[in-house]
Design a protein around this ligand. Structure first.
Ligand SMILES: NC(=O)c1ccc[n+]([C@@H]2O[C@H](COP(=O)([O-])OP(=O)(O)OC[C@H]3O[C@@H](n4cnc5c(N)ncnc54)[C@H](OP(=O)(O)O)[C@@H]3O)[C@@H](O)[C@H]2O)c1
Length: 357
């Protein structure tokens, strides 16, 4: 495994991060009718990641492990499972990021980026993760009801108390990110990270967020780098040139995946990319990750894909992609093909602030 500096910070991270938004589902459901996490498999996958040299793990206080947009009855599960899985390892060998903002309780201060909510949730996340500090603490989404100055001053205190080492944002407007950088410089807060959706079908951040990251020396953690599994080709029926959904795959229990990604344009893109991958003797997932690695190099920005895995083989496949060096011709071809991708943007994952509580 190769380790790189995260942006212009001194923090060294593996070139792949493992996410815990979705963990392997168990066929059993809980009393609310929600699939449980297959905890043994989840822990095996986390252990495998460490064996493969991955030192970087991402979670969030709201993550459940099998639900797309969890309610407060299911939040905290992923942090707890990650905490259990890493408890036998030297904490100093790992880099753990988690997030705050989503709804954790039904009461008025049960969500957001206020001092009250953050001070509560940081303690809860530390308990669930069974650790005494968080490496990178993310604002999961903007909170328009709280002045950003209040949020940043709270992070200042957490950093001074040693509970948080670095701070990041996720899915903020580029102008707001610039303002946060200014505030952090004034307040001396180690704000180093962005977390944004980035994959061959969703390349929006190239327009405005990658330039912001470069300008301020921020590192980017690229989430959904395989478009939630769509870029593995698992949802393509190659014979009939159509979409298909395998049992127990994420799309079988998350409706947004087909609504968002299963367009005619994306089908054509995936068929063309599969041909390229085949001609190179690599998988579509590997082509997708290798392209991001090369793009990051060309842009001179740290981009660490946060991969999801429900099997150990998913991890092995992703780690193998680190060895692939795409030639310029292939890079360009993929670039051109994926400009034709079409994702239904109106289908959002962001249900954090839109849940009907
Ligand atoms: N900041 C934010 O707001 C935000 C939002 C979303 C995600 N994230 C972070 O990003 C992480 C990654 O997101 P993601 O899980 O959607 O990433 P992803 O890598 O795009 O998708 C991972 C999923 O694809 C399938 N898969 C992966 N490799 C495969 C292979 N080789 N063959 C077949 N299927 C394969 C698996 O799903 P199945 O086997 O279940 O089908 C796996 O869980 C999350 O865990 C979270 O930490 C952050």
């Amino acid at each position: 495994m190769e380790y790189v500096n995260f942006g212009k910070s001194g923090l060294k991270v593996s070139k792949l991060c493992l996410g815990t938004w979705h963990l392997p589902p168990s066929p059993e459901k809980d009393e609310y009718g929600v699939y449980k996490v297959d905890e043994d498999s989840a822990k095996r996958i986390i252990k495998k990641a460490i064996d493969l040299g991955i030192n970087f793990f991402d979670t969030a206080n709201v993550y459940h492990g099998v639900m797309q947009g969890p309610d407060y009855l299911h939040v905290g599960n992923s942090e707890r499972i990650l905490g259990d899985a890493i408890s036998g390892y030297d904490r100093e060998s790992l880099v753990i990021s988690t997030k705050v903002r989503g709804r954790m309780a039904p009461w008025a201060n049960g969500e957001g980026l206020s001092r009250k909510h953050i001070m509560w949730q940081v303690k809860e996340s530390l308990k669930r993760l069974k650790t005494n500090y968080i490496d990178i603490y993310f604002m999961h989404r903007p909170d328009p009801s709280t002045p950003i100055e209040e949020t940043m001053e709270t992070f200042y205190d957490l950093v001074r108390q040693g509970l948080v080492l670095y701070v990041g944002e996720s899915y903020f407007d580029p102008n707001d990110i610039s303002y946060i950088v200014m505030l952090s410089r004034e307040l001396r807060i180690p704000f180093i990270a962005m977390q944004e959706p980035y994959n061959l079908l969703e390349r929006d951040i190239e327009k405005d967020k990658i330039p912001v990251a470069r300008k301020y020396g921020l590192g980017i953690m690229a989430y959904i780098p395989l478009a939630q599994g769509v870029l593995t080709g698992k949802y393509v029926d190659y014979e009939n040139k159509n979409w298909k959904v395998e049992e127990m795959s994420r799309a079988s229990y998350v409706q947004e995946i087909s609504n968002r990604y299963f367009t005619n344009e994306n089908l054509q893109v995936l068929l063309s990319l599969s041909e390229i991958a085949k001609s190179k003797g690599i998988t579509l997932a590997q082509l997708s990750l290798a392209w991001i690695f090369k793009k990051a190099e060309m842009e001179d920005v740290t981009i660490i894909p946060i991969i999801g895995a429900t099997r150990e083989t998913h991890l092995e496949e992703a780690v193998e992609a680190l060895k692939i060096n795409l030639d310029d011709d292939t890079f360009k071809k993929v670039d051109e093909i994926t400009r034709k991708a079409k994702v239904n943007w109106e289908v959002k994952y962001d249900r954090i602030s839109r849940r009907p509580w």
